[in-house]
Each structure stands twice: as C-alpha cells, then as structure tokens.
Design a protein around this ligand. Structure first.
Ligand code: GRF
Length: 203
C-alpha cells in the first residue's frame, strides 16, 4: 500500500516507520513526507532515506480551511491508502478529517481518553498518576478522540520529569506505531462505524 506521512518536528516516529518499511516488516511504501515547518529535522531523515518531501507552511494561508485544502491537494497527488500523522502539530478541519476517514492514523502521547491535547507528560505527573503511556488511534472529528488501535504503558517513577517521561514514552511509540501501520497495511485493521476492527484470526 501507499503511505503519506505528515510531520512537524524531529521525526523519530517517522524514522521508526522508515526503518520498518525498509526492513520489509511493514509491507508498504512511503510515497511522501509532508511537513509544515521547513527546518524540521524529520525532513532530513526523509531526505536521507531518499523519500519525496514537501513543505507547506500554515503561515502562508489566511485560514485553517485554506491550509487544509492546500494540504489535501498535495497529499492526494500521491493517492495514499493511509495517511500517517507522526508528530503533526496542527488541528485538522472536519472536512479534512472526513476526507481521510478510515485511512488516517495518529499517535498521541497519553493513555487516551486521558490527557487529550498538549503537555501530556507534565499533566500526568502533576495528577500523581502511577503510569502513563501512548496511544495509536484512528483520527475522527473529535480531537484525540478516535477509536484506539494500540496502547503501551510506562510507569511514572519517583522524581520523574516531563523530559524523562517523554523519553520513556517515545521508546514505546517507536514500537507500537510501526506495528499498527503494519496491521493496516496487511489488511488486518480497519475502521468501521467509528470502531477499530481487528482481524483476530490473523492477529
Ligand atoms: C511524539 O511524542 C508524538 O506522540 C507526538 O509528537 C511527538 C513527535 O515526535 N504527537 P517525533 O517527531 O516523532 O520525534
């Protein structure tokens, strides 16, 4: 299948996905990496892997709607079967989300439905949680609210900082995102009626 990845930053999740496609673990090809920040390190990772990159800055558009329309036009040049949000730090319009319904995944650094939105690591520490983690989910119109596909948990230790916790969570992100994408690429995972459906015969 064909994948397009959207990023805004360091792209360490992108790197894990690149590695898994190159090793053959994910039966898919990444047709493009699209970024809304021209200086994002993820663009260097993509270029190093020989991937097509595109930069589209939201600052060049007068509204969220116009940015999303332009973004959608670029994405659809590649006709992807799956759109992967990997640290793409933009809230998407309902029209955009609808267009990719059932074929857009996101990774969010919390145990959803806990801690939607930003600063998840600090919020989990401040709340005195004993554990935290990360969720891969299908994207629906509800922000960080689509059906969960996979979660991984990490303990919150004594003296944990947001930074140390983010590091522990990131290690898990790099495990579960390629796994979820692999399932989708193999046709063992889909979204139907706002639910994630797994083919349990093969999982
Ligand atoms: C990750 O923590 C991801 O869960 C969040 O943004 C971060 C992206 O990291 N949505 P990277 O760019 O993949 O290194």
């Amino acid at each position: 299948i064909s994948i397009v990845v959207l990023i805004s930053g360091s792209g360490s999740n992108l790197q894990a996905i690149i590695d898994a496609t190159q090793s053959g673990s994910i039966p898919a090809r990444i047709d493009a990496v699209i970024c809304n920040k021209e200086d994002a390190f993820g663009l260097t990772r993509a270029a190093n892997a020989g991937l097509v990159t595109k930069v589209i800055s939201h600052k060049d558009y007068d509204s969220r709607e116009h940015f999303d329309q332009a973004l959608q036009e670029i994405i659809d040049q590649f006709s992807p079967d799956l759109l992967v949000l990997a640290g793409f730090m933009r809230i998407l319009t309902p029209e955009f989300v609808k267009h990719y319904s059932g074929r857009m995944l996101n990774i969010h650094p919390s145990l959803l439905p806990k801690y939607r939105g930003l600063n998840t690591h600090q919020r989990a520490i401040d709340a005195g949680e004993a554990e935290h983690g990360v969720t891969v989910h299908f994207v629906t119109e509800e922000l960080d609210g689509g059906p969960n596909v996979l979660q991984a948990r990490v303990p919150i230790s004594e003296g944990e900082t947001a930074e140390s916790l983010a590091g522990k969570v990131l290690v898990q992100e790099h495990q579960i995102y390629p796994r979820a994408i692999k399932w989708f690429a193999q046709g063992r995972l889909k979204m139907e009626a706002n639910q994630a459906i797994f083919d349990h015969k093969t999982l």
